[in-house]
Design a protein around this ligand. Structure first.
Ligand code: SF4
Length: 70
């Protein structure tokens, strides 16, 4: 599964980091980024993290997290 983040949409609510702390981190301003890959906007999500990423995407209030099954 691939995940895309759109930092321009993020409102720094912190929810995705709470749901999927192994995938999502945040900048000093609280804006979403990927753990260990601060410059990336796309990332491959391993199977054991997929449900957490899907839940994050569904609950993100600003639709800043997208995913694609492939
Ligand atoms: S849940 Fe959405 S708005 Fe909240 S920190 Fe994550 S990406 Fe940003």
């Amino acid at each position: 599964m691939k995940c895309e983040i759109i930092p321009e949409r993020c409102i720094a609510c912190g929810l995705c980091q709470t749901i999927a702390p192994e995938i999502f981190d945040y900048t000093n301003e609280g804006i979403v980024l990927f753990v260990g890959e601060p410059e990336a906007t796309h990332e491959f999500i391993p199977k054991d993290q997929q449900s957490a990423v899907i839940e994050s995407a569904k609950r993100c209030p600003s639709h800043a997290i997208l995913y694609q099954n492939s």
